[in-house]
Design a protein around this ligand. Structure first.
Ligand SMILES: [Zn+2]
Ligand SMILES: [Zn+2]
Length: 222
């Protein structure tokens, strides 16, 4: 679904679609579940309120097929939504193309064609791509390159980029990371907020062998 028709955002039939004005607009918040699957929630809401029993609710988000965090502090302020769809960014929650489900928000891994080549992690709702991060991981040298991050314009400012950055970091946990400089001022601010890896580490020999480069022009952004 790539049409620019805004009605695409309605999933049409689910109970979630009936909630006026929401559709697929709930902002996203990355929240990896622990490997043992034990239930736990963030200690603070994304706006910084401490969450205790009685100040938060967890409900299913039927639009995305995820859990949703509701901060009652935020919700009492008319200008803030107070609802976030929690997206599990851990590796175990990242799926392959064959595991993509419709009407469900998922991180989808597109492996590189060759070892240490450029692969992708997409954030998808069925066939709709909200954005993707391009990365290279060398398992030999444990070197990660964050080559680029793109969020579709109609899905910006709802946390998609943050989810993608966290998903990439999870896939290369313990790796030494470098990143290409952001190509827009907005992206530079975004990298600063999410704590992107800074230059100058260079690609390893395997990454260089498949033509990957890190551009040495970081300083002008900082
Ligand atoms: Zn809050
Ligand atoms: Zn290598």
């Amino acid at each position: 679904m790539t049409s620019a028709d805004p009605t695409d955002r309605r999933d049409g039939t689910g109970a979630g679609a009936a909630r006026a004005g929401r559709y697929l607009d709930v902002p996203l918040w990355p929240w990896p579940r622990p490997l043992d699957g034990q239930q736990h929630l963030p200690g603070t809401c994304p706006a910084g309120h401490r969450l205790r029993p009685g100040s938060l609710q967890e409900t299913p988000n039927q639009d995305y097929g995820t859990r949703e965090l509701v901060c009652l502090w935020c919700e009492n302020q008319p200008d803030r939504g107070g609802r976030w769809a929690l997206v599990d960014t851990s590796i175990t929650a990242q799926v392959t193309e064959a595991e993509v489900q419709q009407r469900r928000l998922q991180l989808v891994v597109v492996p590189p064609p060759v070892r240490a080549g450029a692969g992708q992690i997409q954030l998808r709702w069925g066939a709709t791509i909200y954005g993707h991060v391009e990365l290279s991981l060398c398992p030999v040298d444990r070197r990660g390159l964050l080559l680029g991050l793109h969020v579709e314009p109609r899905h910006r400012r709802r946390g998609v980029g943050r989810v993608l950055a966290r998903a990439a970091a999870a896939r290369g946990g313990g790796f030494s990371w470098s990143a290409n400089p952001p190509d827009e001022a907005d992206a530079a601010a975004f990298w600063a907020r999410v704590g992107a890896p800074r230059a100058p580490a260079s690609p390893c020999s395997h990454q260089e062998a498949v033509g990957l480069r890190i551009e040495p022009r970081w300083p002008k952004w900082w």
